[in-house]
Write a protein that binds this ligand. Structure first.
Ligand SMILES: C[S@@+](CC[C@H](N)C(=O)[O-])C[C@H]1O[C@@H](n2cnc3c(N)ncnc32)[C@H](O)[C@@H]1O
Length: 372
């Protein structure tokens, strides 16, 4: 059942900023290719009902998963990037309150004081060292190691969120926020010496955690939530689901490894190029992936189930069709078992594009496939 017409998507769902209205849990740390939370919320309310089970096999930063939980849906999320998995877990299983988070920070700080000189910075690759004052880096490594060994994933997500930027609340030398590039030309050390001084971690982390808890709605912790880190081509949720709602990797366009390389390095991924071969697939690999996924999802979906896909407008050279047409062809003509319920296409406003003037996706299509 189509709950509301897709044609009635409000333009502000695409154009306006969600930052002032969404829960601040969405703002733990940036993620390239993140879907706008208001679009996620609107798709969830249009295509599922309270109590339904929603699966996002390419969860990225967990936007759809969190919105589904907030809307009273049972959620299964998956993403094979360790950074995506960390953020999704933090959003689906946050602390009950800022007080609980601060109690853990206090414990970690005590331990960090005892182990601070353990790290030999000469073993850290130069490209990582270039981002930080040595004392700040030593603190980052110490805290990161303790947060990892205690599985304090929420605090670790917040640490990722303050890792790099030029603002005072961040830990790096002047750098961009989403993708790690140093801004030495814009902020030369000779003119901005203060931006290159030591930055203490604990106070910045506490402020970050407070910001994350600034706008939190009531959370129903009795609802089922699960989060996995598997290859979507082989990932099957434990029970059947009412809807798969997801934005798969944009074919050949975004590099989820390269663009998150600094955070991934702290999460133990030394070779982001290798990770990118898997999570930022070439056209051929993407087509194999989406074919496997659509075949896998079909028997997982309940009768009346839906597959709601948010797709970029990349052109497939192999099919000589746009990405939404390719996915439709694979689902309906090649695999069968799906019909197209509706398609909705909208231009991505320049402000929402990953990079200004970036020549990648200029529009997004929502393709809704119903189970036959
Ligand atoms: C467009 S992003 C999802 C963004 C997400 N909707 C959000 O709001 O943050 C696509 C995601 O697919 C993940 N991915 C790519 N290939 C994958 C695979 N084979 N298995 C699991 N996840 C994969 C990437 O790590 C990336 O996070």
């Amino acid at each position: 059942m189509l709950l509301k017409s897709l044609a009635k998507i409000e333009p502000r769902e695409w154009t306006g900023s969600a930052a002032g209205v969404e829960t601040t849990l969405h703002q733990l740390s940036p993620y390239i290719g993140k879907i706008k939370s208001t679009i996620a919320a609107s798709l969830i309310s249009r295509f599922t009902r309270k109590g339904d089970s929603v699966c996002d096999p390419f969860s990225g930063s967990g936007t759809i998963a969190l919105e589904a939980w907030l809307a009273g849906r049972r959620v299964t999320a998956n993403d094979s990037s360790p950074y995506a998995n960390l953020l999704t877990r933090a959003k689906l299983f946050p602390y009950a309150s800022v007080k609980h988070a601060f109690a853990d920070i206090e414990d970690v700080a005590k331990l960090a004081d005892k182990t601070a000189d353990k790290f030999d910075l000469r073993r850290v690759p130069l490209w990582v060292r270039q981002f930080f004052h040595p004392e700040t880096l030593r603190e980052i490594l110490t805290w990161n190691s303790i947060l990892s060994s205690r599985d304090l994933y929420f605090l670790r997500s917040c640490l990722m969120g303050i890792l790099h930027h030029q603002r005072p609340g961040f830990l790096s030398f002047p750098s961009s926020h989403t993708v790690p590039y140093l801004r030495r030309k814009k902020f030369p050390r000779s003119r901005f010496p203060r931006l290159y001084e030591y930055r203490s971690l604990r106070d910045r982390l506490e402020r970050k955690v407070s910001r994350a808890f600034r706008r939190i709605p009531d959370l129903d912790t009795n609802l089922d939530r699960a989060c996995f880190r598997e290859d979507a081509a082989r990932f099957i949720p434990s029970g059947r689901v009412d809807a798969v709602i997801t934005s798969p990797p944009y074919m050949r366009q975004l590099n989820y490894g390269r663009d998150n390389r600094l955070r991934l390095w702290l999460l133990g991924v030394a070779d982001w190029k290798r990770l990118d071969e898997h999570i930022s697939p070439s056209e051929k690999n993407f087509l194999t992936l989406i074919r496997s996924c659509l075949a896998l999802w079909r028997p997982t979906l309940l009768p009346n189930g839906r597959c709601v896909l948010i797709l970029g407008d990349t052109w497939s050279r192999l099919y000589d069709l746009s990405l939404p047409d390719v996915v439709e062809t694979i689902a309906v003509a090649e695999l069968g078992g799906y019909t197209v319920e509706c398609r909705y296409c909208e231009e991505i406003p320049m402000l929402r594009r990953v990079r200004r003037g970036y020549c990648g996706s200029q529009s997004e299509t929502i393709l809704v496939l119903a189970v036959k």
